[in-house]
Design a protein around this ligand. Structure first.
Ligand SMILES: Cc1cc2nc3c(=O)[nH]c(=O)nc-3n(C[C@H](O)[C@H](O)[C@H](O)COP(=O)(O)O)c2cc1C
Length: 350
């Protein structure tokens, strides 16, 4: 099945409109027979946020928004899967077309707008899962929420018992005003309430904050200060960018929305290194943005990521990118003469 998805299905999926191709991929993964998650090289095991990851490569949020394909994705070899973004009530998202493949640039522009099935559907699916592999739940507010913080709090309460970690998404460019929550005071107030909600529950999963690549260094100073003060468990760097590098070739380059994939790599990796320096190992980071092979994954780790995630590179290259990255990382760990991938975290961030 892995080979089928990797080799045969990819050209077929490419022939479909992007959103139909995505639905087809989710359906195929949802139909995969449940099997034990693939075995990883022990040198790739990572301990972070009190969790033991078999390898550092995760499927980024937004691919399996509704938690329909978690076990299929895990059996492809991912070390963890992040579902969502999930909002309290189901939401249709923006009108189509809203997903554009920039093949010439190995990139995607999307303005999906948090289309998702809502909390209760996803909760039911996650509660039925028997697997023990790591699943993070990414939460956000409904577009028409009168109190966004209340929507985040609802997400924490709803998913605390089924999520291995929770991600507070304040960085999607497609929900108007959401990114304003990255400003120091607004973030502090949000995090305080979210942590109270988490700590009032039984399970108390780790809480991560996912940021945009477009924040200034002054804004990053304030974000990290809040994260450290409130003892956030980790940060994810980064979401998609509103920026458009000058050299994009695709006719879709100027579509409204967030850009991901190869053209995002440099900016998101630079911001990751800046974040790593400010965090001073108080908590681990997840690096995401433009990973497409072992070299780009390794660069994220050296810039300060304990774990990495991929979305666009997986869409562009298919499931074989997972083995490529994991084998390449294991080779690099051995070539450096260290026992484990953790020894390489942040070695290039200074
Ligand atoms: C179509 C699409 C939908 C996405 N939806 C979400 C989402 O719902 N929540 C979120 O936090 N990130 C979302 N992302 C962002 C990814 O998780 C990731 O941060 C970003 O794409 C950069 O990684 P990449 O270059 O490997 O794609 C989405 C990305 C794409 C391409």
């Amino acid at each position: 099945m892995r080979r089928v998805l990797g080799d045969l299905a990819l050209p077929l999926l490419r022939a479909l409109a992007p959103e139909r191709a995505h639905r087809a991929a989710i359906r195929a993964l949802a139909l995969m027979p449940a099997s034990a998650p693939a075995q990883s090289d022990p040198a790739l095991a990572v301990e972070a946020f009190g969790l033991k990851f078999p390898n550092p490569l995760g499927l980024a949020a937004g691919f399996d928004k509704n938690a329909e394909a978690v076990d299929g994705a895990l059996s492809l070899g991912f070390g963890f899967v992040e579902v969502g973004t999930l909002t309290p009530r189901p939401q249709a998202g923006n009108p189509q077309p809203r997903l554009f493949r920039l093949d010439e640039d190995q990139a995607i522009v999307n303005r999906m707008g948090f289309n998702n099935c809502g909390h209760s559907d996803a909760l039911a699916r996650l509660a039925r899962r028997k697997g023990r592999a790591i699943v993070g739940v990414n939460i956000g507010p409904n577009k028409d929420a009168s109190d966004r913080t209340a929507d985040f709090v609802a997400g924490v309460k709803t998913f605390a018992d089924v999520a291995d970690y929770l991600t507070i998404n304040i960085s999607s460019p497609n929900t108007p005003g959401l990114r304003d929550l990255q400003q120091g005071e607004a973030l502090d107030a949000l995090i305080a309430r979210v942590i109270d909600a988490r700590d009032a529950g039984r399970s108390r999963p780790p809480l991560l904050v996912k940021i945009a690549p477009d924040v200034t260094l002054a804004e990053l100073d304030a974000i990290v200060a809040v994260a450290r003060k409130r003892r956030i468990d980790g940060m994810i760097v980064s979401n998609t960018t509103l920026a458009r590098p000058a050299n994009l070739q695709s006719r879709h380059a100027n579509e409204t929305g967030g850009l991901s994939g190869r053209p995002l790599f440099e900016a998101s990796t630079a911001l990751l290194a800046q974040t790593f320096r400010r965090v001073e190992r108080q908590f681990p980071l997840i690096g995401v943005g433009g990973i497409e092979d072992a070299d780009t994954a390794m660069a994220k780790i050296e810039a300060g990521a304990s774990l990495v995630q991929i979305y666009t590179g997986f869409v562009m290259r298919g499931a074989r990118v997972i083995d490529d990255i994991l084998e390449g990382l294991a080779e690099r760990v051995k070539a450096r003469g260290v026992g484990s991938i953790g020894a390489l975290v942040g070695t290039a961030a200074r």
